[in-house]
Design a protein around this ligand. Structure first.
Ligand code: RB5
Length: 148
């Protein structure tokens, strides 16, 4: 089941707002502490403004894992991946999510709020939070991602 008692950061733009609110409700039922970096309504916002503070906090090791959502999952992931130590993976099914942990040690899950079933997204989060990084040859590759 869910890995309880962990603090998780979450954010979305307006395109991911409904999914964010759904996931917060469901994850809080499982005793997760969600730290919400916004947005806080469906009013149009620019996803970099929302995700940069969250990604900074992940980069500073304030959170081990985070969930980010925009309409497609692309823009918010691109902005997050500008931060050191951030490995944000855009996923749309269980297998992609599992591989993002096993092979890439993803610490942020990016979801496409306008293109994913909400219950599937919840199942993906369970997988994201509970799948271990395999290390070994994948550690060597992950270490080569950061050029700076
Ligand atoms: C907002 O309309 C939309 O562009 C945004 O949510 C995201 O899909 C960008 O990548």
């Amino acid at each position: 089941m869910f890995d309880k008692g962990k603090k998780i950061a979450i954010c979305s733009d307006h395109g991911g707002y409904d999914l964010k609110e759904f996931l917060k409700r469901e994850l809080e039922k499982h005793n997760y502490e969600l730290v919400d970096y916004g947005c806080f309504s469906k009013e149009s916002v620019d996803y970099p403004d929302i995700v940069h503070p969250l990604a900074e906090a992940v980069s500073n090791h304030q959170f081990e894992k985070a969930i980010i959502i925009c309409g497609s999952g692309n823009g918010i992931q691109m902005a997050a991946n500008k931060h050191r130590y951030v490995r944000a993976a855009l996923c749309w099914d269980i297998e992609q999510t599992k591989l993002s942990r096993q092979h890439n040690d993803a610490n942020i899950l990016s979801l496409p709020g306008r293109f994913i079933d909400f219950n599937l997204a919840l199942q993906m989060i369970e997988v994201f939070l509970n799948t271990a990084f395999e290390g070994g040859r994948h550690q060597i590759r992950v270490d080569k991602i950061s050029k700076f």
